[in-house]
Design a protein around this ligand. Structure first.
Ligand code: ADP
Length: 599
Protein backbone atom coordinates (compact mmCIF):
# COMPACT_ATOMS: atom_id res chain seq x y z
CA UNK A 1 0.00 0.00 0.00
CA UNK A 2 1.31 3.41 -0.92
CA UNK A 3 1.99 5.75 1.96
CA UNK A 4 2.79 9.42 2.25
CA UNK A 5 4.95 10.63 5.11
CA UNK A 6 4.12 7.53 7.10
CA UNK A 7 0.39 8.25 6.92
CA UNK A 8 -1.64 5.95 4.69
CA UNK A 9 -3.36 7.72 1.83
CA UNK A 10 -6.98 8.15 2.71
CA UNK A 11 -9.64 6.82 0.36
CA UNK A 12 -10.44 10.47 -0.41
CA UNK A 13 -7.02 11.16 -1.84
CA UNK A 14 -7.18 8.33 -4.35
CA UNK A 15 -10.55 9.36 -5.69
CA UNK A 16 -10.80 11.10 -9.08
CA UNK A 17 -13.03 14.11 -9.69
CA UNK A 18 -16.63 13.16 -9.04
CA UNK A 19 -19.75 14.57 -7.43
CA UNK A 20 -18.40 14.14 -3.93
CA UNK A 21 -15.10 15.85 -4.63
CA UNK A 22 -16.90 18.74 -6.25
CA UNK A 23 -19.10 18.99 -3.19
CA UNK A 24 -15.94 19.10 -1.12
CA UNK A 25 -14.53 21.86 -3.26
CA UNK A 26 -17.79 23.65 -2.63
CA UNK A 27 -17.19 23.11 1.09
CA UNK A 28 -14.18 25.36 0.82
CA UNK A 29 -16.33 27.92 -0.96
CA UNK A 30 -18.13 28.43 2.30
CA UNK A 31 -15.27 30.76 3.12
CA UNK A 32 -16.15 32.99 0.19
CA UNK A 33 -19.72 33.52 1.39
CA UNK A 34 -18.94 36.44 3.73
CA UNK A 35 -17.58 38.28 0.70
CA UNK A 36 -20.25 37.19 -1.75
CA UNK A 37 -21.22 40.76 -2.64
CA UNK A 38 -17.73 41.64 -3.82
CA UNK A 39 -17.43 38.24 -5.46
CA UNK A 40 -20.61 38.89 -7.45
CA UNK A 41 -19.21 42.21 -8.66
CA UNK A 42 -16.16 40.27 -9.84
CA UNK A 43 -18.35 37.72 -11.62
CA UNK A 44 -20.35 40.47 -13.30
CA UNK A 45 -17.19 42.19 -14.52
CA UNK A 46 -15.90 38.86 -15.73
CA UNK A 47 -19.03 38.29 -17.79
CA UNK A 48 -18.95 41.88 -19.07
CA UNK A 49 -15.29 41.78 -20.05
CA UNK A 50 -15.69 38.42 -21.80
CA UNK A 51 -18.81 39.67 -23.55
CA UNK A 52 -17.18 42.92 -24.61
CA UNK A 53 -14.19 41.06 -25.96
CA UNK A 54 -16.51 38.94 -28.09
CA UNK A 55 -17.57 42.05 -30.00
CA UNK A 56 -13.94 42.65 -30.91
CA UNK A 57 -13.50 40.10 -33.77
CA UNK A 58 -16.83 41.18 -35.24
CA UNK A 59 -15.80 44.83 -35.27
CA UNK A 60 -12.37 43.98 -36.65
CA UNK A 61 -14.11 42.26 -39.55
CA UNK A 62 -16.28 45.33 -40.02
CA UNK A 63 -13.11 47.37 -40.42
CA UNK A 64 -12.22 45.32 -43.50
CA UNK A 65 -15.74 45.31 -44.91
CA UNK A 66 -16.19 49.07 -44.55
CA UNK A 67 -12.78 49.61 -46.16
CA UNK A 68 -13.70 47.40 -49.13
CA UNK A 69 -16.87 49.43 -49.62
CA UNK A 70 -19.46 46.91 -48.43
CA UNK A 71 -22.52 48.87 -47.30
CA UNK A 72 -23.09 48.95 -43.56
CA UNK A 73 -26.11 50.26 -41.60
CA UNK A 74 -24.05 51.41 -38.56
CA UNK A 75 -20.70 52.68 -39.76
CA UNK A 76 -19.87 54.93 -42.68
CA UNK A 77 -16.07 55.12 -42.30
CA UNK A 78 -13.22 53.01 -40.96
CA UNK A 79 -12.48 55.79 -38.44
CA UNK A 80 -15.82 55.19 -36.79
CA UNK A 81 -15.16 51.45 -36.63
CA UNK A 82 -11.70 52.07 -35.16
CA UNK A 83 -13.23 54.37 -32.54
CA UNK A 84 -15.75 51.67 -31.64
CA UNK A 85 -12.88 49.16 -31.34
CA UNK A 86 -11.03 51.49 -28.98
CA UNK A 87 -14.23 51.91 -27.00
CA UNK A 88 -14.47 48.14 -26.65
CA UNK A 89 -10.88 47.98 -25.40
CA UNK A 90 -11.53 50.79 -22.95
CA UNK A 91 -14.54 49.06 -21.36
CA UNK A 92 -12.70 45.77 -21.45
CA UNK A 93 -9.88 47.42 -19.47
CA UNK A 94 -12.20 48.72 -16.77
CA UNK A 95 -14.00 45.39 -16.41
CA UNK A 96 -10.76 43.40 -16.33
CA UNK A 97 -9.23 45.63 -13.68
CA UNK A 98 -12.29 45.36 -11.45
CA UNK A 99 -12.49 41.62 -12.01
CA UNK A 100 -8.84 40.95 -11.09
CA UNK A 101 -8.98 43.32 -8.15
CA UNK A 102 -12.22 41.97 -6.66
CA UNK A 103 -11.31 38.31 -7.14
CA UNK A 104 -7.91 38.81 -5.51
CA UNK A 105 -9.51 40.70 -2.66
CA UNK A 106 -12.04 37.94 -2.01
CA UNK A 107 -9.42 35.25 -2.36
CA UNK A 108 -6.96 36.87 0.06
CA UNK A 109 -9.61 37.56 2.67
CA UNK A 110 -11.44 34.26 2.48
CA UNK A 111 -8.23 32.23 2.46
CA UNK A 112 -6.88 34.07 5.47
CA UNK A 113 -10.12 32.96 7.15
CA UNK A 114 -9.57 29.41 5.93
CA UNK A 115 -5.95 29.40 7.12
CA UNK A 116 -7.10 30.63 10.48
CA UNK A 117 -9.82 27.97 10.69
CA UNK A 118 -7.38 25.21 9.84
CA UNK A 119 -4.81 26.46 12.33
CA UNK A 120 -7.45 26.96 14.99
CA UNK A 121 -8.72 23.47 14.28
CA UNK A 122 -5.27 21.91 14.46
CA UNK A 123 -4.20 23.66 17.63
CA UNK A 124 -7.38 22.52 19.38
CA UNK A 125 -7.00 18.92 18.27
CA UNK A 126 -6.15 16.38 20.96
CA UNK A 127 -2.60 15.16 21.50
CA UNK A 128 -3.48 11.81 19.96
CA UNK A 129 -3.88 13.50 16.58
CA UNK A 130 -0.30 14.74 16.68
CA UNK A 131 1.04 11.28 17.52
CA UNK A 132 0.21 10.16 14.00
CA UNK A 133 1.05 13.36 12.07
CA UNK A 134 4.21 15.22 11.36
CA UNK A 135 4.51 18.93 11.84
CA UNK A 136 5.81 19.41 8.29
CA UNK A 137 2.79 17.72 6.84
CA UNK A 138 0.43 19.91 8.83
CA UNK A 139 2.45 22.96 7.82
CA UNK A 140 2.04 22.13 4.16
CA UNK A 141 -1.72 21.94 4.65
CA UNK A 142 -1.78 25.52 5.86
CA UNK A 143 0.81 26.85 3.44
CA UNK A 144 0.75 25.02 0.12
CA UNK A 145 -2.75 23.50 0.15
CA UNK A 146 -4.33 26.82 1.02
CA UNK A 147 -1.97 28.46 -1.49
CA UNK A 148 -3.31 26.19 -4.22
CA UNK A 149 -6.83 27.25 -3.36
CA UNK A 150 -5.79 30.90 -3.34
CA UNK A 151 -4.63 30.52 -6.91
CA UNK A 152 -7.92 28.91 -7.78
CA UNK A 153 -10.05 31.66 -6.28
CA UNK A 154 -8.09 34.58 -7.60
CA UNK A 155 -7.16 33.20 -11.00
CA UNK A 156 -8.13 29.68 -12.06
CA UNK A 157 -11.82 30.03 -11.39
CA UNK A 158 -12.12 33.35 -13.21
CA UNK A 159 -10.09 32.00 -16.12
CA UNK A 160 -12.32 28.96 -16.30
CA UNK A 161 -15.51 31.00 -16.44
CA UNK A 162 -14.01 33.44 -18.90
CA UNK A 163 -12.99 30.61 -21.17
CA UNK A 164 -16.26 28.74 -20.92
CA UNK A 165 -18.07 31.99 -21.75
CA UNK A 166 -15.75 32.66 -24.69
CA UNK A 167 -16.18 29.10 -25.92
CA UNK A 168 -19.97 28.99 -25.72
CA UNK A 169 -20.82 32.55 -26.74
CA UNK A 170 -18.09 32.66 -29.39
CA UNK A 171 -19.40 29.47 -30.99
CA UNK A 172 -22.96 30.81 -30.99
CA UNK A 173 -21.83 34.06 -32.59
CA UNK A 174 -19.93 32.42 -35.45
CA UNK A 175 -22.77 29.98 -36.00
CA UNK A 176 -25.00 32.98 -36.51
CA UNK A 177 -22.52 34.91 -38.69
CA UNK A 178 -21.04 32.12 -40.80
CA UNK A 179 -22.97 28.85 -40.32
CA UNK A 180 -21.34 26.84 -43.12
CA UNK A 181 -17.79 27.59 -42.10
CA UNK A 182 -18.59 26.97 -38.44
CA UNK A 183 -20.12 23.57 -39.20
CA UNK A 184 -16.94 22.65 -41.02
CA UNK A 185 -14.79 23.75 -38.12
CA UNK A 186 -16.75 21.80 -35.53
CA UNK A 187 -15.46 18.60 -37.11
CA UNK A 188 -12.16 19.12 -35.33
CA UNK A 189 -13.78 19.49 -31.87
CA UNK A 190 -14.49 15.89 -30.80
CA UNK A 191 -10.90 14.93 -31.48
CA UNK A 192 -9.58 17.72 -29.27
CA UNK A 193 -11.98 17.01 -26.42
CA UNK A 194 -11.12 13.32 -26.28
CA UNK A 195 -7.44 14.15 -26.32
CA UNK A 196 -7.83 16.67 -23.53
CA UNK A 197 -9.76 14.26 -21.30
CA UNK A 198 -7.27 11.47 -21.83
CA UNK A 199 -4.20 13.56 -21.11
CA UNK A 200 -5.78 15.48 -18.27
CA UNK A 201 -6.49 12.30 -16.36
CA UNK A 202 -2.96 11.07 -16.74
CA UNK A 203 -1.33 14.38 -15.81
CA UNK A 204 -3.49 14.66 -12.71
CA UNK A 205 -2.10 11.37 -11.42
CA UNK A 206 1.44 12.53 -12.10
CA UNK A 207 1.10 15.92 -10.43
CA UNK A 208 -0.36 14.29 -7.35
CA UNK A 209 2.61 11.96 -7.28
CA UNK A 210 4.98 14.94 -7.56
CA UNK A 211 3.27 16.61 -4.62
CA UNK A 212 3.49 13.46 -2.53
CA UNK A 213 7.17 13.04 -3.30
CA UNK A 214 7.77 16.67 -2.42
CA UNK A 215 6.00 16.18 0.91
CA UNK A 216 8.29 13.19 1.57
CA UNK A 217 11.35 15.30 0.80
CA UNK A 218 10.11 18.10 3.07
CA UNK A 219 9.73 15.63 5.90
CA UNK A 220 13.46 14.88 5.63
CA UNK A 221 14.41 18.56 5.94
CA UNK A 222 12.04 19.14 8.78
CA UNK A 223 13.06 16.06 10.73
CA UNK A 224 16.75 16.67 10.42
CA UNK A 225 16.59 20.41 11.15
CA UNK A 226 14.33 19.91 14.10
CA UNK A 227 16.79 17.48 15.62
CA UNK A 228 19.90 19.16 14.31
CA UNK A 229 21.81 18.45 17.50
CA UNK A 230 21.16 14.73 17.10
CA UNK A 231 22.32 14.86 13.48
CA UNK A 232 25.47 16.71 14.46
CA UNK A 233 26.28 14.61 17.47
CA UNK A 234 26.16 11.52 15.27
CA UNK A 235 28.08 13.46 12.58
CA UNK A 236 25.42 12.31 10.16
CA UNK A 237 25.31 15.47 8.03
CA UNK A 238 26.44 13.60 4.93
CA UNK A 239 23.93 10.86 5.62
CA UNK A 240 21.09 13.39 5.85
CA UNK A 241 22.25 15.13 2.67
CA UNK A 242 22.16 11.77 0.94
CA UNK A 243 18.72 11.04 2.28
CA UNK A 244 17.47 14.41 1.06
CA UNK A 245 19.18 14.02 -2.31
CA UNK A 246 17.50 10.68 -2.81
CA UNK A 247 14.13 12.17 -1.94
CA UNK A 248 14.76 15.11 -4.28
CA UNK A 249 15.79 12.82 -7.10
CA UNK A 250 12.45 11.09 -6.82
CA UNK A 251 10.66 14.43 -6.95
CA UNK A 252 12.62 15.44 -10.04
CA UNK A 253 12.06 12.17 -11.85
CA UNK A 254 8.30 12.32 -11.33
CA UNK A 255 8.23 16.04 -12.08
CA UNK A 256 10.12 15.50 -15.33
CA UNK A 257 7.65 12.86 -16.39
CA UNK A 258 4.83 15.25 -15.56
CA UNK A 259 6.54 18.00 -17.54
CA UNK A 260 7.00 15.71 -20.52
CA UNK A 261 3.32 14.84 -20.64
CA UNK A 262 2.20 18.36 -19.95
CA UNK A 263 4.40 19.57 -22.81
CA UNK A 264 3.16 16.85 -25.10
CA UNK A 265 -0.39 17.76 -24.22
CA UNK A 266 0.03 21.44 -24.93
CA UNK A 267 1.92 20.88 -28.17
CA UNK A 268 -0.65 18.38 -29.46
CA UNK A 269 -3.45 20.75 -28.71
CA UNK A 270 -1.66 23.58 -30.48
CA UNK A 271 -0.83 21.42 -33.46
CA UNK A 272 -4.37 20.12 -33.84
CA UNK A 273 -5.75 23.60 -33.36
CA UNK A 274 -3.59 25.24 -36.00
CA UNK A 275 -4.04 22.30 -38.34
CA UNK A 276 -7.74 22.91 -37.98
CA UNK A 277 -7.26 26.61 -38.65
CA UNK A 278 -5.40 25.83 -41.90
CA UNK A 279 -8.18 23.53 -43.06
CA UNK A 280 -10.90 25.97 -42.09
CA UNK A 281 -8.90 28.86 -43.61
CA UNK A 282 -8.72 27.01 -46.89
CA UNK A 283 -12.44 26.32 -46.88
CA UNK A 284 -13.16 29.91 -45.87
CA UNK A 285 -10.99 31.23 -48.70
CA UNK A 286 -12.93 29.10 -51.15
CA UNK A 287 -16.20 30.55 -49.78
CA UNK A 288 -14.79 34.06 -50.30
CA UNK A 289 -13.78 33.13 -53.83
CA UNK A 290 -17.35 32.04 -54.53
CA UNK A 291 -18.65 35.24 -52.91
CA UNK A 292 -20.51 33.21 -50.27
CA UNK A 293 -18.99 35.35 -47.48
CA UNK A 294 -17.11 38.64 -47.34
CA UNK A 295 -13.42 39.10 -46.52
CA UNK A 296 -14.43 40.89 -43.31
CA UNK A 297 -16.60 37.97 -42.26
CA UNK A 298 -13.76 35.54 -42.87
CA UNK A 299 -11.43 37.75 -40.86
CA UNK A 300 -13.92 37.93 -37.95
CA UNK A 301 -14.36 34.19 -38.13
CA UNK A 302 -10.62 33.53 -37.97
CA UNK A 303 -10.29 35.81 -34.95
CA UNK A 304 -13.22 34.08 -33.23
CA UNK A 305 -11.79 30.65 -33.83
CA UNK A 306 -8.44 31.65 -32.42
CA UNK A 307 -10.23 32.99 -29.31
CA UNK A 308 -12.20 29.77 -29.01
CA UNK A 309 -9.16 27.61 -29.68
CA UNK A 310 -7.16 29.39 -27.01
CA UNK A 311 -9.97 28.90 -24.53
CA UNK A 312 -10.07 25.17 -25.24
CA UNK A 313 -6.32 24.82 -24.75
CA UNK A 314 -6.61 26.88 -21.57
CA UNK A 315 -9.48 24.76 -20.26
CA UNK A 316 -7.33 21.62 -20.45
CA UNK A 317 -4.76 23.30 -18.23
CA UNK A 318 -7.44 24.58 -15.93
CA UNK A 319 -8.91 21.12 -15.61
CA UNK A 320 -5.64 19.82 -14.19
CA UNK A 321 -5.35 22.84 -11.90
CA UNK A 322 -8.87 22.21 -10.69
CA UNK A 323 -7.91 18.67 -9.84
CA UNK A 324 -5.00 19.94 -7.78
CA UNK A 325 -7.43 22.21 -5.97
CA UNK A 326 -9.75 19.33 -5.26
CA UNK A 327 -6.85 17.38 -3.77
CA UNK A 328 -5.96 20.37 -1.63
CA UNK A 329 -9.53 20.98 -0.46
CA UNK A 330 -9.98 17.31 0.35
CA UNK A 331 -6.91 17.36 2.54
CA UNK A 332 -8.05 20.56 4.24
CA UNK A 333 -11.57 19.32 4.84
CA UNK A 334 -10.15 16.10 6.23
CA UNK A 335 -8.53 18.18 8.95
CA UNK A 336 -11.53 20.44 9.43
CA UNK A 337 -13.65 17.31 9.93
CA UNK A 338 -11.38 15.93 12.67
CA UNK A 339 -13.00 15.56 16.04
CA UNK A 340 -12.10 18.40 18.39
CA UNK A 341 -10.90 18.08 21.90
CA UNK A 342 -13.94 18.28 24.15
CA UNK A 343 -15.53 21.75 24.27
CA UNK A 344 -12.68 23.18 22.18
CA UNK A 345 -12.60 26.92 22.39
CA UNK A 346 -15.84 27.30 24.31
CA UNK A 347 -15.66 29.84 27.12
CA UNK A 348 -15.07 28.21 30.47
CA UNK A 349 -16.63 28.86 33.86
CA UNK A 350 -13.75 29.66 36.22
CA UNK A 351 -12.76 26.50 38.06
CA UNK A 352 -10.72 26.54 41.27
CA UNK A 353 -9.52 23.11 42.35
CA UNK A 354 -7.89 22.12 45.64
CA UNK A 355 -5.70 19.47 44.13
CA UNK A 356 -6.77 16.15 45.57
CA UNK A 357 -5.83 13.55 42.99
CA UNK A 358 -7.09 9.99 42.84
CA UNK A 359 -6.25 7.25 40.34
CA UNK A 360 -8.79 4.42 40.58
CA UNK A 361 -7.65 1.22 38.98
CA UNK A 362 -6.31 2.98 35.90
CA UNK A 363 -4.96 0.86 33.06
CA UNK A 364 -3.86 2.44 29.81
CA UNK A 365 -2.51 1.75 26.31
CA UNK A 366 -1.58 4.45 23.81
CA UNK A 367 -3.96 4.59 20.83
CA UNK A 368 -1.02 4.07 18.47
CA UNK A 369 0.07 0.96 20.38
CA UNK A 370 -3.12 -0.72 21.53
CA UNK A 371 -1.54 -4.07 22.28
CA UNK A 372 0.96 -2.67 24.80
CA UNK A 373 -0.31 -1.86 28.28
CA UNK A 374 1.74 1.05 29.57
CA UNK A 375 -0.10 1.40 32.92
CA UNK A 376 -1.63 -1.48 34.83
CA UNK A 377 -4.22 -1.09 37.59
CA UNK A 378 -2.78 2.07 39.09
CA UNK A 379 -4.56 2.91 42.30
CA UNK A 380 -3.50 5.76 44.56
CA UNK A 381 -4.62 8.98 46.19
CA UNK A 382 -2.70 12.21 46.68
CA UNK A 383 -3.91 14.72 49.26
CA UNK A 384 -4.15 18.44 48.48
CA UNK A 385 -0.77 20.07 49.06
CA UNK A 386 1.06 16.76 49.23
CA UNK A 387 4.42 16.38 47.50
CA UNK A 388 4.99 13.19 45.58
CA UNK A 389 8.02 11.95 43.71
CA UNK A 390 7.58 9.52 40.84
CA UNK A 391 10.62 7.42 40.30
CA UNK A 392 11.32 4.41 38.16
CA UNK A 393 13.33 3.38 35.17
CA UNK A 394 12.88 5.21 31.93
CA UNK A 395 9.91 3.73 30.09
CA UNK A 396 8.20 2.62 33.28
CA UNK A 397 5.24 4.96 32.69
CA UNK A 398 5.92 8.11 34.73
CA UNK A 399 5.26 10.57 31.91
CA UNK A 400 2.21 8.59 30.90
CA UNK A 401 0.71 9.16 34.35
CA UNK A 402 1.20 12.89 33.79
CA UNK A 403 -0.21 12.67 30.24
CA UNK A 404 -3.38 11.13 31.64
CA UNK A 405 -3.65 13.62 34.47
CA UNK A 406 -3.28 16.43 31.88
CA UNK A 407 -6.00 14.75 29.80
CA UNK A 408 -3.66 14.59 26.81
CA UNK A 409 -5.07 11.10 26.44
CA UNK A 410 -8.42 9.78 27.60
CA UNK A 411 -8.70 7.01 30.19
CA UNK A 412 -10.94 4.12 29.21
CA UNK A 413 -10.21 1.66 32.03
CA UNK A 414 -10.56 2.94 35.58
CA UNK A 415 -10.90 6.62 36.34
CA UNK A 416 -8.96 9.66 37.48
CA UNK A 417 -10.59 12.02 39.95
CA UNK A 418 -9.57 15.44 41.09
CA UNK A 419 -11.33 16.88 44.15
CA UNK A 420 -13.59 13.82 43.98
CA UNK A 421 -14.85 14.43 40.43
CA UNK A 422 -13.97 12.44 37.34
CA UNK A 423 -11.60 14.74 35.42
CA UNK A 424 -13.51 14.11 32.17
CA UNK A 425 -16.43 16.02 33.65
CA UNK A 426 -14.52 19.27 33.94
CA UNK A 427 -14.37 21.79 31.13
CA UNK A 428 -11.04 20.87 29.59
CA UNK A 429 -9.56 24.37 29.39
CA UNK A 430 -10.77 25.33 32.84
CA UNK A 431 -9.36 22.09 34.21
CA UNK A 432 -5.94 22.51 32.63
CA UNK A 433 -5.69 26.02 34.03
CA UNK A 434 -5.39 24.34 37.44
CA UNK A 435 -2.28 22.39 36.50
CA UNK A 436 1.16 23.90 36.02
CA UNK A 437 4.08 22.12 34.44
CA UNK A 438 7.75 22.88 34.72
CA UNK A 439 9.10 20.62 32.00
CA UNK A 440 12.44 18.95 31.61
CA UNK A 441 13.26 20.86 28.44
CA UNK A 442 11.94 24.39 28.70
CA UNK A 443 10.75 25.74 25.38
CA UNK A 444 10.97 29.50 24.95
CA UNK A 445 8.97 31.14 22.21
CA UNK A 446 10.54 33.78 20.00
CA UNK A 447 9.87 37.04 21.87
CA UNK A 448 10.95 38.97 24.94
CA UNK A 449 11.57 37.52 28.38
CA UNK A 450 8.54 39.41 29.56
CA UNK A 451 6.33 37.80 26.91
CA UNK A 452 7.74 34.39 27.71
CA UNK A 453 6.94 34.70 31.39
CA UNK A 454 3.52 36.11 30.61
CA UNK A 455 2.81 32.89 28.68
CA UNK A 456 1.78 31.54 32.09
CA UNK A 457 -0.96 34.15 32.34
CA UNK A 458 -1.77 36.11 29.22
CA UNK A 459 -2.61 39.68 30.16
CA UNK A 460 -0.48 39.72 33.31
CA UNK A 461 0.70 43.19 34.34
CA UNK A 462 4.38 44.07 34.33
CA UNK A 463 4.41 44.16 38.13
CA UNK A 464 3.01 40.64 38.31
CA UNK A 465 5.60 39.45 35.80
CA UNK A 466 8.44 41.10 37.68
CA UNK A 467 7.23 39.66 40.98
CA UNK A 468 7.01 36.17 39.44
CA UNK A 469 10.54 36.55 38.10
CA UNK A 470 11.71 37.61 41.56
CA UNK A 471 10.10 34.60 43.24
CA UNK A 472 11.61 32.34 40.59
CA UNK A 473 15.10 33.68 41.35
CA UNK A 474 15.21 35.00 37.80
CA UNK A 475 15.18 38.72 38.50
CA UNK A 476 18.92 39.03 38.94
CA UNK A 477 19.92 37.47 35.65
CA UNK A 478 17.08 39.14 33.73
CA UNK A 479 18.14 42.56 34.97
CA UNK A 480 21.74 41.85 34.12
CA UNK A 481 20.80 42.01 30.41
CA UNK A 482 21.00 45.55 28.98
CA UNK A 483 17.39 45.35 27.83
CA UNK A 484 16.20 43.54 30.94
CA UNK A 485 12.67 42.18 30.47
CA UNK A 486 12.67 43.36 26.87
CA UNK A 487 15.55 41.02 26.01
CA UNK A 488 14.58 38.90 23.03
CA UNK A 489 15.04 35.15 23.54
CA UNK A 490 14.21 32.10 21.49
CA UNK A 491 15.48 31.12 18.09
CA UNK A 492 16.61 34.60 17.03
CA UNK A 493 17.52 36.04 20.42
CA UNK A 494 19.77 35.54 23.40
CA UNK A 495 20.46 31.93 24.28
CA UNK A 496 19.68 31.31 27.93
CA UNK A 497 21.39 28.63 29.99
CA UNK A 498 19.50 25.55 31.17
CA UNK A 499 19.17 26.94 34.68
CA UNK A 500 17.94 30.30 33.40
CA UNK A 501 15.36 28.67 31.17
CA UNK A 502 14.10 26.64 34.08
CA UNK A 503 13.68 29.73 36.18
CA UNK A 504 11.68 31.32 33.35
CA UNK A 505 9.49 28.22 33.38
CA UNK A 506 9.13 28.50 37.14
CA UNK A 507 8.13 32.15 36.81
CA UNK A 508 5.53 31.11 34.24
CA UNK A 509 4.13 28.55 36.65
CA UNK A 510 4.10 31.10 39.50
CA UNK A 511 2.00 33.42 37.34
CA UNK A 512 -0.34 30.61 36.43
CA UNK A 513 -0.78 29.85 40.16
CA UNK A 514 -2.10 26.31 39.75
CA UNK A 515 -3.39 23.98 42.48
CA UNK A 516 -1.51 21.08 40.98
CA UNK A 517 2.09 21.31 39.96
CA UNK A 518 4.07 18.91 37.84
CA UNK A 519 7.83 19.08 37.80
CA UNK A 520 9.77 17.08 35.31
CA UNK A 521 13.26 17.28 36.70
CA UNK A 522 15.98 17.95 34.17
CA UNK A 523 18.21 14.91 33.86
CA UNK A 524 21.24 16.94 32.89
CA UNK A 525 22.65 18.51 36.01
CA UNK A 526 23.15 22.23 36.49
CA UNK A 527 26.21 23.76 38.04
CA UNK A 528 26.07 23.97 41.83
CA UNK A 529 25.14 27.67 41.97
CA UNK A 530 22.34 27.37 39.40
CA UNK A 531 21.11 24.20 41.08
CA UNK A 532 20.68 26.02 44.40
CA UNK A 533 18.81 28.90 42.74
CA UNK A 534 16.49 26.57 40.84
CA UNK A 535 15.84 24.35 43.86
CA UNK A 536 15.05 27.33 46.04
CA UNK A 537 12.65 28.69 43.45
CA UNK A 538 10.99 25.31 43.03
CA UNK A 539 10.47 24.92 46.74
CA UNK A 540 8.79 28.30 46.90
CA UNK A 541 6.65 27.33 43.91
CA UNK A 542 5.57 24.01 45.45
CA UNK A 543 4.41 25.56 48.69
CA UNK A 544 0.72 24.89 49.22
CA UNK A 545 0.30 23.05 45.92
CA UNK A 546 -0.17 19.37 45.20
CA UNK A 547 3.13 18.57 43.54
CA UNK A 548 4.15 15.61 41.47
CA UNK A 549 7.81 15.46 40.65
CA UNK A 550 9.31 13.13 38.11
CA UNK A 551 12.48 12.86 40.10
CA UNK A 552 15.97 11.94 39.11
CA UNK A 553 17.95 13.37 42.01
CA UNK A 554 18.34 12.16 45.55
CA UNK A 555 18.18 15.66 46.94
CA UNK A 556 14.63 16.10 45.62
CA UNK A 557 13.45 12.66 46.58
CA UNK A 558 14.38 13.07 50.23
CA UNK A 559 12.31 16.23 50.62
CA UNK A 560 8.96 14.91 49.35
CA UNK A 561 6.18 13.45 51.51
CA UNK A 562 5.87 10.19 49.65
CA UNK A 563 7.74 8.41 46.88
CA UNK A 564 5.91 6.36 44.25
CA UNK A 565 8.14 3.72 42.70
CA UNK A 566 6.77 2.89 39.25
CA UNK A 567 7.80 -0.37 37.70
CA UNK A 568 6.52 -1.51 34.33
CA UNK A 569 3.35 0.52 34.70
CA UNK A 570 2.51 -0.61 38.22
CA UNK A 571 2.93 1.06 41.56
CA UNK A 572 5.60 -1.19 43.03
CA UNK A 573 6.40 0.64 46.29
CA UNK A 574 4.94 3.66 48.10
CA UNK A 575 6.20 5.48 51.14
CA UNK A 576 8.60 8.02 52.54
CA UNK A 577 12.31 7.75 51.91
CA UNK A 578 12.84 6.23 55.35
CA UNK A 579 10.01 3.71 54.89
CA UNK A 580 11.13 2.61 51.47
CA UNK A 581 14.74 2.06 52.50
CA UNK A 582 13.51 -0.38 55.15
CA UNK A 583 11.59 -2.59 52.69
CA UNK A 584 13.09 -6.06 52.36
CA UNK A 585 15.85 -5.09 54.75
CA UNK A 586 17.20 -2.49 52.40
CA UNK A 587 16.78 -4.66 49.34
CA UNK A 588 13.58 -3.20 47.89
CA UNK A 589 13.30 -1.72 44.41
CA UNK A 590 13.78 1.77 45.77
CA UNK A 591 16.85 0.84 47.77
CA UNK A 592 18.35 -0.83 44.74
CA UNK A 593 17.62 2.18 42.52
CA UNK A 594 19.30 4.37 45.14
CA UNK A 595 22.34 2.17 45.25
CA UNK A 596 22.53 2.28 41.48
CA UNK A 597 22.43 6.08 41.51
CA UNK A 598 25.04 6.32 44.24
CA UNK A 599 27.35 4.16 42.24
P1 ADP B 1 8.81 7.25 31.56
O1 ADP B 1 8.24 8.60 31.66
O2 ADP B 1 8.74 6.48 32.84
O3 ADP B 1 10.17 7.20 30.97
P2 ADP B 1 6.76 6.90 29.57
O4 ADP B 1 5.50 7.10 30.30
O5 ADP B 1 7.27 8.00 28.75
O6 ADP B 1 7.88 6.38 30.59
O7 ADP B 1 6.62 5.64 28.63
C1 ADP B 1 6.01 4.44 29.03
C2 ADP B 1 5.85 3.54 27.81
O8 ADP B 1 4.91 4.11 26.93
C3 ADP B 1 7.13 3.37 27.01
O9 ADP B 1 7.21 2.02 26.60
C4 ADP B 1 6.94 4.28 25.83
O10 ADP B 1 7.59 3.74 24.71
C5 ADP B 1 5.45 4.28 25.64
N1 ADP B 1 4.96 5.57 25.10
C6 ADP B 1 5.16 6.80 25.62
N2 ADP B 1 4.54 7.75 24.90
C7 ADP B 1 3.91 7.13 23.89
C8 ADP B 1 3.07 7.56 22.80
N3 ADP B 1 2.75 8.84 22.60
N4 ADP B 1 2.61 6.60 21.95
C9 ADP B 1 2.92 5.30 22.14
N5 ADP B 1 3.68 4.84 23.13
C10 ADP B 1 4.18 5.71 24.02
Amino acid sequence: KRERGGVPLSAEEKRPINKKSIRQLAGVFKYVLPYKGVFMVGLLCLALSSGTMLAFPYMAGQLLDVASGKSNPYFSSINEVALALIGILFFQGIFSFTRVYTFSLVSEKSLADLRKSVYQKIIWLPTTFFDSRRVGELMSRITSDVGTLAEMLSFTLAEMMRQVLTLVLGTLVIFYLTPKLTGFMLLTFPFLVILALFFGKYIRGLSKKTQDKLADANVVVEESLQSISVVKSFTNEAFEINRYTRALNEVVSVAIRTARFRGLFISFVIFALFGGIVAVGWYGASLVQNNAISVGELFSFVLYTSFIGASIAGLGDIYTQLQRCIGASERLLEILDEKDEAEAGLPAQPLKLHGEIEFENVSFSYPTRQDFRVLKNLDFKIEPGEKIALIGQSGSGKSTIINLLMRFYGVKEGSIKVDGNDIDQFHLTAYRKNIGIVPQEVILFGGTIQENIAYGKPGATFDEIREAARKANALEFVESFPEKFETVVGERGVKLSGGQRQRIAIARAILKDPAILILDEATSSLDAHAEVLVQEALEKLMEGRTSIIIAHRLSTIKKVDRIFVIKEGTLAEVGSHAELTRINNGNGIYSNLLKLQLQ
